[in-house]
Design a protein around this ligand. Sequence first.
Ligand code: TRP
Length: 452
Amino acid sequence: MPESRCLQGIWSSPWIFIFAASGSAVGLGNIWKFPYVLGQNGGGAFLLVYCLCLLLVGLPVLMAEVALGRTVRSNPIDTVNDLSERHILHSGWVFVPWLAGVTGFLILTFYSVIAGWSLAYLDRAVSGEFVGITQEAAYRMFDTLLATPAEMLLWHTIFMALVILTVGQSVTRGLSAVVKILLPVLVVTLILLASYSMLIGNSAEALNFMFRWSWQDVSFDVILAAVGLALFSLSVGMGAMFAYGAYMSKRMSIARACTIVVGVDLLVAILAGLVIFPLVFSFNIDVEAGPSLTFVSLPIIFGNLLGGQFFAGVFFVLLVVAALTSAISMLELFVAWLHERFSMTRLKAAVFMGIAVWFVGIAVLLSFNHWDNKLLLGLNVFELLDSMTSLVLLPVGAILLSIMVAWFIPHSMLQNEMITKQANHFQWWYKTLKFISIPAMVVITLAGWIGG
Ligand code: TRP
């Protein structure tokens, strides 16, 4: 069958998978989370460890998710149930997809609030509020947003409504067409902004911070932060990519497609860093500021740029769409399961799950103002969800999923999947997953918890 013809439900062109998976990977993780985590973990050393994590942990685990998804072409919960009915897996493994679903749910509760900030900034951008903005005013703008829960609630609600409608309609295929335009435009916009930022900002210091490293800066918490961010940024560790694998044509090389997705994801993150850090150093913004870093720096760039109002509008539209194409993959697992298992319509399942996420999201947005109480370990609701998902649930999910795939699913079942034109890809991937990714994740996660 020619590659351009579409099998029922299967994406015929290899690029459609690449665009859809990149749509899930590229999002707030690259533009909001990457710069602030890099800032908090000392720059260059973190970036180096991060690249190693993408290659040695992120890529093999991503390939495992996609391969399993392509083999079974069903949602993760039913897949494990089915494999256990066929006596291939012990029924206890069904815990893994459940944990994955809960992880996606919890990530979405705060992801939607941050996407809401992006919507709020889109509104400010088009109404010209960034024009000529000073550093103090940029801080004030962000603090005012955080101090106004009603506004955050409005944007959080709008974003969740968009997520529910999109997941409910099952327009993932259509979305890959959107991503096809979004990604190149986002990359070009980021290149232009990075050039401008390097021109007006302190580029020497920024490059020094991002790319110079020494071993003394590497500790176990830095490595755990890098693993957590690599998993988060690639949407790996909770079965989100499983769904995309299910739609991938059998003829396509999983290794090649996934390597492209990792490359695109890293490129966008580094470009975002090059936009933000030159300004951070020239305006003396605290590099360790945390989640506010991106939202304080960006208005300053646009405020001083000729045609900044237009560029800011375009940029925040891109950011919101990128967040949307990521957010849908967090809800997909439960929505697909409710739909396939209980014949619920996708829209009903999406409304049901989306309202639950929306509800928990209210606690998250209140944690920036009225409920800034430290709940546990000195962390408020947002900080707890952010660190629990990246530093605990995603690594644990990725470890269990990889152990299941590498040690318990029959070798032959996967080998058929991986072999395309180059059979040696399979051995390379299988050995890396078994002997490098899994032990590395276990050691890093445990050492990071004990050391941190
Ligand atoms: N990768 C996305 C980002 O960088 C976030 C994301 C989407 C995600 N789906 C996920 C993170 C599943 C973890 C698990 O913004």
